[in-house]
Write a protein that binds this ligand. Structure first.
Ligand code: PRP
Ligand code: URA
Length: 206
């Protein structure tokens, strides 16, 4: 399952973040803002518990999030979404998965992992701005499942049909939320039109 967040506020920011003239400072700010919107949508059916709150006037029947939340950025570009998601979910735990795409094979290479024990039993939110071939995200989900995760959603900024298919075929239980489903991958396995290399644009490395 997947969902594209078509809200005009998200689409407006997407237009700005795609622009090749957007520098890394503005790119980072936009990544933070878009992440908050997409994550907000991704959590619309999160499990809640009833609580009673004393207002200055009376008791109010309220709801609080009942899940242990574990945010998992895929290094490196996923870090660019961390601030936005923690603004929305300040008490979430954070686990890291280090993954890069081999320049030649385009296959993901895992090089780091540090996950909290709540990965098992909690709601894991995998974040990476780009879901291109889907290899990195599918491998990160696999790793989380090896650590006992059974409740996983993916939040990205841009994806494409090929990437969605790869992740959904491998992990039909995982829902993907994105700001855009773009047209396709090019011969270098970059998303078209996409926004280029997200890691480089976030961190000013090129
Ligand atoms: C990018 C991106 C994803 C991956 C997407 O990372 O942030 O992790 O590529 O591609 P895929 O869906 O085809 O696997 P990259 O390998 O460039 O590493 P970086 O984040 O360290 O720049
Ligand atoms: N990684 C990126 O950063 N961008 C793409 O379009 C594909 C992979």
């Amino acid at each position: 399952m997947h969902e594209e967040v078509r809200h005009p506020c998200v689409q407006h920011k997407l237009a700005l973040i795609r622009d090749e003239d957007t520098g890394y400072k503005k790119f980072r700010e936009l990544a933070t803002e878009i992440t908050m919107f997409v994550c907000y949508e991704a959590l619309k059916s999160v499990r809640v518990k009833e609580v009673t709150v004393q207002t200055p006037v009376a008791e109010a029947a309220c709801h609080k999030i009942a899940e242990e939340l574990v945010v998992v950025p895929i290094l490196r570009a996923g870090v660019g979404m961390l601030e936005g998601i923690l603004d929305l979910l300040p008490t979430a735990r954070v686990g890291f998965v280090g993954m890069y795409r081999d320049e030649v094979t385009k296959e993901p290479v895992a090089y780091y992992q540090k996950l909290p024990e709540q990965t098992k039993g909690g709601l894991c939110i995998v974040i990476d701005p780009m879901l291109a071939t889907g290899g990195s995200t599918a491998a990160a989900i696999e790793l989380l499942k090896e650590h006992g995760a059974a409740n996983i959603v993916v939040v990205c900024i841009v994806t494409c049909p090929e990437g969605i298919k790869t992740v959904e075929d491998a992990h039909p239980d995982v829902k993907i939320y994105t700001a855009s489903i773009d047209e396709k991958l090019n011969e270098r396995k970059y998303i078209v039109p996409g926004l280029g290399d997200a890691g480089d644009r976030l961190f000013g490395t090129r």
